[in-house]
Design a binder for this molecule. Structure first.
Ligand SMILES: NC(=O)c1ccc[n+]([C@@H]2O[C@H](COP(=O)([O-])OP(=O)(O)OC[C@H]3O[C@@H](n4cnc5c(N)ncnc54)[C@H](OP(=O)(O)O)[C@@H]3O)[C@@H](O)[C@H]2O)c1
Length: 293
């Protein structure tokens, strides 16, 4: 494995398109690319753009004309696919195949490479996207991420309102700090393609955690006695629909809750790519405690 740990010293200076730049992970990636003085462009849906000082193109991953414009002059793309169906990706893939940038795709560690079908629609779409990217001849570098610590931001309102976080149960996994995934991603983006292993690189945190464990760590960071309450599927479905979440997403989340198996995989791939070990969820909770007050 080459030394990818010091991208700032590399003479390689690609123009990088970041998708999902307003999201939990994308924001961290854009911050780091800017700090490295990289040439960054973001594909964003909101006319207001991602933040001052960053070039952006208003567009949508499902609208090929906007993606076409966004790809002009781009050497590398950080690609996410936040939709539940890969069908709408065909036009995007055609644009990518024509422009032929390096593609770094953010996938999921929950993919079971031995299975004909994945456990739930969210994992299935990542498996489909990996296959489509390979079939299009794009030779993507695949970064498979474990559950992002930042998902717990979805509990902010509950933590502010009381001491119980209720949600559907979820598979135990080695929850990974999105800042570590961003460090690994940026190291890959700033490394020449011929020096990189296409992966899949399995980006995990250092310990396997349940949702109850995560709530306990949040409570410790906040010096409060927080508890997790697992919601049965019917009640979880009713609540998520009442919160205004789209029905297909709700069904995908319920299916994931019921069928995604626990994972005991813990890797050192964050360290291999980013040059430092993956941080703990306890650390994430301390660093983000103020958001939950
Ligand atoms: N969260 C996890 O545990 C996890 C684990 C493995 C892989 N992943 C992958 O990582 C991705 C990023 O995760 P995250 O937590 O950072 O997500 P997030 O905070 O929900 O952000 C999603 C991003 O996608 C953008 N987006 C949504 N639909 C779009 C569209 N049609 N066209 C263009 N942009 C669109 C959103 O832009 P707007 O601001 O316009 O809404 C936002 O920037 C996920 O989508 C998933 O594919 C996540």
């Amino acid at each position: 494995m080459p030394d990818t740990t010091n991208p700032a010293n590399s003479p390689y200076r690609p123009s990088i398109l970041v998708t999902g730049a307003t999201g939990n992970l994308g924001r961290e990636i854009v911050d780091r690319l800017q700090a490295h003085g990289a040439r960054v462009r973001c594909l964003v849906r909101d006319q207001a753009g991602p933040r001052p000082g960053v070039e952006w193109v208003v567009g949508d991953l499902t609208d090929p004309s906007t993606v076409h414009e966004a790809l002009i002059g781009i050497d590398a793309v950080f690609l996410i696919w936040p939709l539940l169906d890969s069908a709408a990706a065909h036009d995007l893939l055609a644009e990518l195949a024509t422009a032929a940038p390096r593609v770094i795709y953010l996938s999921s560690t929950a993919i079971n490479d031995e299975a004909a079908r994945q456990s739930d629609p969210i994992v299935q779409v990542h498996a489909d996207m990996e296959a489509l990217l390979h079939d299009a001849g794009l030779r993507p570098v695949v970064l498979r991420s474990d559950t992002l610590a930042s998902n717990t931001r979805g509990w902010v309102q509950q933590v502010r309102a009381g001491d119980v976080v209720s949600a559907p149960e979820a598979a135990r996994t080695a929850v990974v700090d999105e800042r570590d995934v961003a460090d690994a991603t940026v190291a890959v983006l700033l490394t020449r393609h011929d020096q990189l292993d296409d992966g899949p690189h399995m980006l995990t945190g250092p310990e396997v955690l349940s949702r109850a464990d995560q709530v306990t760590h949040l409570g410790a960071a906040l010096r409060r006695d927080l508890r997790f309450q697992a919601l049965p599927a019917d009640l979880a479905r009713t609540r998520m629909l009442a919160d205004g979440r789209p029905e297909p997403l709700v069904e995908a989340l319920i299916t994931a809750s019921e069928w995604r198996p626990d994972s005991h995989r813990v890797t050192d791939h964050v360290e291999r790519l980013a040059g430092h070990p993956a941080g703990t969820f306890a650390r994430w909770a301390i660093d983000h405690a103020a958001e939950f007050n």
